[in-house]
Design a protein. Structure first.
Length: 414
């Protein structure tokens, strides 16, 4: 097995035979585009949807009633979207990785898509995901040998682990492929190119945002009156692990890199997610003193051993006042704290081993993350994000839309 690295937009690769790499990539991409697969798309929502092929000239493929299906023969790398018929709002999009089935599970709120790709074609799909930046001289026998070794190490470290978590051939398992093929030195060089944008946001964004609370963060126990909701959510964790998919983090994501972090994700049933959003929204409104509107939810996310969340600030358009709900963990060797830099510049470490514990934080203003590698089997959280009602951008909201300041507001916070 031999790895050559070539950087887009760069005159030189990390090694000398760049021309050979480009020729190899072009040949492999051409081969990938000839691999046709049968894919069935299903509408699992309670409303009609449209299925669109997102080629050079996007076109509607089918109209899907509730529970309706449509099968197409398409190619790896082609993209499709589920859309609302009336206003063409996009419910979700998916990129074909192999043959299989794609199901739209939720339309309202945070859209959710479940994919089931043909396991037998997962190897090719994973390898081709690296072609945009990597040219790999592919030796099938060597790859299978490395995959078996990686899987054995994973299962030995955590006996009884969910099978898919230790399967390097599982479609989309970028972490496993990256660990087998991409040297740390190559990954670190490329990651260094991605950091300036993160650093710029850390340096410039917090000062643009108003301060909504005295401390900027808080810890809350799960409300006793909502214990039935927590029980229902926790009952979904074992089922969710069995259908979890690798997250869509890329190898060079400046916040969570798939090279070092193995993160899987699944969705809650639509009703439970809606109930959770309502409960968290009410608690956050009481905490910050403003009427909020829900923008997005992420997860539950399952973080596996070694995962890292780089220190960062969130999107100032949508992630203003947020909550992290801890749902589950297993075989934790040492605490995995959420680190938050408060308004005075002091780093706080928030930890919990109690499912249902909730962390509030002003996520676009306060620097936060989990920069220490997670030491354990699994750590499962869900993230819920809100913005003040009428929020467009910080200065416009301060100038035009804020009505009253919450009790205890100090002029220095403006």
């Amino acid at each position: 097995m031999h790895l050559q690295r070539s950087m887009p937009g760069n005159c030189c690769g990390l090694r000398s035979n760049l021309v050979y790499n480009i020729v190899l990539v072009m040949a492999l991409v051409t081969h990938a585009q000839t691999q046709q697969h049968a894919v069935t798309f299903e509408n699992g929502c309670s409303v009609k949807t449209e299925l669109w092929w997102m080629g050079p000239k996007p076109a509607m493929v089918a109209q899907l009633a509730e529970g309706g299906e449509h099968a197409v023969n398409t190619f790896e790398g082609h993209s499709f979207e589920f859309r609302a018929p009336s206003d063409k709002v996009t419910y979700g999009k998916v990129r074909v990785e192999a043959g299989g089935k794609v199901r739209l599970l939720q339309c309202e709120g945070t859209a959710r898509i479940e994919t089931h790709w043909d396991q037998s074609s997962g190897l090719d799909a994973l390898m081709k995901k690296q072609l945009e930046t990597y040219a790999i001289l592919y030796d099938p026998d060597k790859f299978k040998q490395l995959a078996v070794e990686w899987q054995e190490r994973c299962q030995a470290a955590f006996p009884g682990h969910e099978v898919r978590f230790c399967d390097p051939l599982f479609p989309g398992h970028n972490h496993a492929v990256a660990q087998m093929f991409i040297p740390r030195s190559d990954w670190e060089k490329e990651m260094a190119r991605e950091q300036p944008s993160r650093h710029h946001l850390i340096a410039s964004q917090p000062s643009l945002l108003p301060q909504f609370t005295a401390e900027g963060y808080a810890t809350r126990e799960w409300p006793r009156s909502e214990q039935a909701l927590l029980n229902s959510i926790l009952a979904e964790i074992p089922k969710g692990r069995k259908r979890a998919q690798p997250s869509d983090y890329t190898l060079f994501n400046a916040y969570v890199s798939a090279w070092e972090s193995d993160v899987w994700v699944f969705g809650l049933p639509q009703l439970l997610e809606r109930q959770l959003n309502i409960m968290i929204g009410g608690m956050l409104e009481e905490w910050c003193g403003y009427e909020l509107e829900h923008t997005t939810s992420h997860g539950p996310r399952i973080y596996l051993n070694g995962s890292v969340l780089t220190m960062h600030v969130d999107r100032f358009t949508t992630h203003i006042v947020s909550a992290i709900v801890h749902l589950a963990h297993s075989d934790v060797k040492s605490p995995w704290p959420l680190e938050i830099v408060d308004f005075a510049g002091n780093t706080k470490h928030l930890t919990t081993d109690v499912p249902g514990t909730i962390f509030f934080y002003e996520s676009a203003k306060l620097l936060h993350g989990r920069p220490s590698p997670f030491q354990g089997r699994e750590y499962t959280n869900i993230f819920v994000h809100f913005k003040p009602k009428g929020w467009k951008n910080p200065r416009q909201w301060l100038k035009e839309l804020r009505r009253e300041k919450p009790n205890g507001w100090q002029p220095a916070w403006d």
